[in-house]
Design a protein around this ligand. Structure first.
Ligand code: 5GP
Length: 214
């Protein structure tokens, strides 16, 4: 039978997590990584490159790799980004090499990226898992953005306006993850990944179609 061995069960999953700015993507991923389970230990969060200036609590190399526009464009020219996009006048992109190394070593890599970038990943890596995170309500999101206090009201308003546009893309994703409570959303994220790993098209079925040796 041909076509049985379509995937490699050793490679990690490439996970795209989108959702409105302020919805808590980073918090949920961090919580999922802290849980005591096999799935949690295999989870890695990709650190993006951005031209956005750091917020007071952000660290270079941890939250983002912060760089200037020229350096960013150099990476684009050299093909070093898996995807990139402009979001409210700033560039954001995913370093391709790191992601591929992690996937090859069996880690599940989460990209916390906006919709334009997510669609590029979907095109280039159709095997990726696309998840869209939503807040329980727009009101809850507004409150979150306000309490974050790292941006002016003007920027918060722009971020909400982008979010309302972005959400129209939700049907391009495979899973919806409502961040009602962080621990619950984190457990659901790991459950999605576990189910995805069990998909027949990802399995290496070779051994099951060989001869019976006992
Ligand atoms: P923030 O400025 O709030 O950190 O991020 C703004 C938006 O850019 C968020 O939706 C965030 O998920 C997204 N983003 C962060 N890194 C990347 C990236 O590497 N590529 C793309 N396309 N979007 C990103």
């Amino acid at each position: 039978m041909t076509g049985c061995s379509r995937g490699s069960s050793d490679a990690g999953l490439l996970v795209v997590l989108s959702g409105p700015s302020g919805v808590g993507k980073g918090t949920v991923v961090a919580h999922a990584m802290s849980l005591k389970s096999e799935g949690a230990h295999r989870l890695r969060r990709s650190v993006s490159v951005t031209t956005r200036p750091p917020r007071p609590d952000e660290k270079d190399g941890v939250d983002y790799f912060f760089c200037g526009l020229e350096a960013f464009e150099g990476k684009v020219q050299q093909g070093r980004l898996l995807e990139w996009a402009t979001y409210l006048d700033n560039r954001y992109g995913t370093p391709a090499d790191w992601v591929d190394q992690q996937l090859a070593s069996g880690s599940n890599v989460v990209l916390e990226i906006e919709v334009q970038g997510a669609m590029q990943v979907r095109e280039r890596r159709p095997e990726s898992v696309l998840i869209y995170m939503l807040p329980p309500s727009w009101r809850a999101l507004r409150r979150r953005l306000r309490t974050r206090r790292s941006e002016s009201e003007e920027v918060q308003r722009k971020r909400l306006a982008v979010a309302r546009e972005e959400v129209k893309w939700v049907s391009a994703y495979s899973y919806l993850l409502v961040n009602d409570r962080v621990p619950r959303a984190a457990r659901r994220l790991l459950a999605i990944l576990e189910a995805e790993r069990a998909r027949v098209e990802r399995a290496d079925l070779g051994p099951w179609f060989g001869g019976v040796d006992d």
